[in-house]
Structures are given as C-alpha cells and as structure tokens.
Design a protein. Structure first.
Length: 407
C-alpha cells in the first residue's frame, strides 16, 4: 500500500542540489533506454518521500521502546520468534498487525516467476558480486545521504565496511536461494529482519540529535529505499550486460518480479514497484536528477572498501591474492564509474582491463557452454562456487550472518 504524502512536507536541502551532475551521470541510461524527462509532479513526489518513513515497521519499533512492564511492549525475543515462526494470539498488537501485513502476500506475486528470477540471479554468479560491489554499492557512494548515514553508524573503518558488505551479500544470497522467498525461507526471513533493522536505525537517528533531517531527509526514507532496490534489479542487469552476460526478455521479467516482491516485503511504496525493467530505469533516472553531490563520507567509505580487500580471507598466497583482488576491483570501478567517478571518490585510476577478460569468460560460459544440454547445471555450479567464495572471503570459517537488530 502506498503511503499517504502530506502535501505540505518540504524536501530536504539535498534534493535536486546537483542536477547537472546527475544529468551527466544519467545520460548513458537515458540514451540507452530512451527515457523521457521527469515531470515536476514526479520530482515533487521524490522530494516528499525523502521525508517519509516505513510506518508499519515504525509502529513495531515504537512498541519495542515501551517500558518493560507495558502490556503492549514488543521484546527482541518476540521479534525473532515472529520472524521464525509467526505471531501468536498473545503477541503484542503492533507485532500482530505488522506480520498480518507482511504475511499477506499480494495476489500479483507469481511464486514460479519468483523462483525463476532467483535462478537467473544465482546463474549470474560472480558477475553479480562484481556489479553489486562496484556499480551498485560503491557507485552509489557518489551521492550524499545514505552514505553519510553509514558514516554516522561507524561504517568507515575497513573491518566494518567489509563486514557490512558481507552481510549485504548474505542477504542477497538468501533472496536468490531456491525457495528463499517463501514464508519461512531464509530470504523472506532476512528481508523482514532488514526491514525492522531499518526502522530501528531510523528511530535511533531521528531522535539522537546526530542526524540533520533538514539537510538529508529521514535517515532511511522511501526515496532512498526505492533507489536501493533498483541496485539489485535494473542496475544489476545493466551491469552484467556490460560484462558480457546475456539477459533475455524472460530473464529480465523474472529478475524484476523477484525484486518487486522483495521490494514490497521490505516496505517500498507500491507505485514504485515495477514489472518492466524500463519503468525501473525511468524512476532511477529521475532519482539521479534529484541527487546531491559527493560528500567526504562517500570517498572515505569507497577507499575503505578498496583497501579492505587486503583483510579478506584467502586460501592460497594471501598477499598476492589480496593485491590482485584490489587491482581487479579498481579496474572494475574504472570501467563502471569512469574517470569522473573515480576522481569524485578519490580512488586510484586504473586501465579497465577487467572488461575484455570478463567478456571472453562470459561469452564462453553463457553463449557456448550455457547453451549446451548441461549448460544450466554448469551455470548453477559456477554460481554456487561464486557464493561460497564470497562468503568465505568475508566470514572465513565463521557462519555468515546479517547484523543483529540494533536495540
């Protein structure tokens, strides 16, 4: 259900603070997809939703903040039990209402298409990992707002930056797992977990005096949430195509459907959930034009992630492997962000040698082996190996996890 938008809500100062820069960054997207210019009404909606939170999840957080002896209080144990097993008749009203919402799967959800989207996502393999890190994550650090919130929550150190990246990968892997988005699947449970974690972060920073909402909007708001969702759908598909992975119309539709359901479950407004990839890019282009410039936090966090490649877990020749992985990441970033983007973030520039290598590898994998009778099994195997590698590098022998709810 789309949240109501009070007409008198003023957007934060960052809104449309650097339109020329956003237009330059968004030009390839506009030209490739033949996108139109956003209307003033669409811009107004973007601005208002920078000041809007996820109210159903916020109601659960409000119940968690009640005194311990209050009959309507929600405890952390209650939340974990509800995520794993559902609510009971004795659960607090706020928790029952929230889970009645997230368990009422919309009629438009096609479970078979969700499963196919997850399969396509898995078969992207390491290509997805590369795109999500370089284009989606670090590429998003070129704009102020969400990255500054990460800085406020202590995310600028190498170890914490890598930990959060590993947690994001753990969630994405769970979403793409077989049966992951069924009620009780790991993807479903972690998505609800992340939604409530967002609400807790929002509540904390709205009230601790460390966040300037007049400048940035609410800490985790509807516009930034919708923008983030695109990083796993439209931006991901654009990125994997750029490294030579073919994505057909049926595969695009399946990926969009998977992340449409994830977006609904995580609390994105319904009118910003799309079936068609082009519609997603139209919103993303408008968001680019509404962004502000890069901030110090963007460069600091980007450099922390690049430098943190030396702190990952490597099984063989760790020093050499770490050096290669860092150089590989810089090459990927150069190709996706270009010289302007690298300078914006204060990153060392490199020749984008990664891309011709990726095209050769992906042409063989997807257009040759992938078309053979055993091609599907081969791509599943490659995807599984990529997930295992990503998990090991960030967590070593420890269990992969998503951050605890911060209360």
């Amino acid at each position: 259900m789309t949240a109501l938008m009070p007409p008198d809500v003023s957007p934060p100062h960052r809104f449309r603070a650097a339109p020329d820069r956003g237009r330059r960054i968004g030009r390839p997207l506009r030209v490739y997809w033949r996108l139109r210019e956003p209307t003033e009404d669409e811009f107004a909606t973007l601005g208002r939703r920078l000041m809007m939170r996820d109210e159903p999840a916020a109601a659960v957080v409000a119940a968690m903040r009640l005194p311990k002896d209050h009959p309507d209080r929600v405890s952390m144990r209650d939340v974990h039990h509800a995520i794993a097993h559902g609510v009971t008749e004795t659960s607090a009203p706020a928790l029952r209402e929230f889970f009645a919402l997230v368990e009422a799967t919309p009629e438009w959800v096609d479970p078979e298409l969700v499963e196919y989207g997850a399969q396509v996502f898995r078969r992207f393999g390491r290509n997805a990992t590369d795109v999500l890190l370089a284009l989606s994550l670090i590429g998003g650090y070129r704009f102020g707002g969400p990255v500054d919130l990460l800085a406020e929550t202590g995310g600028l150190s190498r170890s914490k930056a890598n930990r959060r990246l590993g947690e994001t990968q753990t969630w994405a892997i769970a979403v793409g797992g077989a049966g992951g988005m069924r009620r009780g699947g790991d993807g479903w449970k972690l998505t609800v977990h992340v939604r409530l974690m967002h609400a807790l972060v929002n509540d904390t920073f709205e009230n601790n005096g460390r966040w300037d909402s007049d400048e940035w909007g609410l800490p985790i708001n509807q516009t930034d949430l919708a923008s983030t969702l695109n990083l796993f759908s439209g931006a991901l598909m654009m990125g994997v195509r750029a490294v030579g992975v073919p994505v057909g119309a049926d595969e695009s539709r399946a990926i969009m459907h998977l992340w449409k359901y994830v977006g609904w479950l995580i609390g994105v407004d319904a009118d910003w959930l799309f079936d068609e990839e082009r519609d997603q890019h139209q919103l993303s282009y408008a968001i680019l034009l509404a962004q502000t410039g890069v901030t110090d936090a963007g460069g600091e966090l980007s450099r922390a992630l690049v430098d943190a490649q030396s702190e990952l877990n490597y099984r063989w020749l760790p020093h050499l492997a770490a050096t290669y992985t860092r150089e590989r990441l810089l090459s990927v970033l150069e190709g996706f962000l270009g010289p302007h983007g690298m300078r914006d973030l204060g990153l060392a520039q490199r020749v984008p040698w990664f891309f011709p290598m990726a095209w050769v590898r992906n042409t063989i994998s997807y257009r040759v082996i992938g078309k053979s009778p055993f091609g599907g099994r081969y791509l599943e195997w490659r995807g599984r190996r990529a997930r295992e590698l990503a998990t090991y590098r960030h967590f070593g022998a420890a269990d992969a996890e998503v951050g605890a709810l911060p209360i």
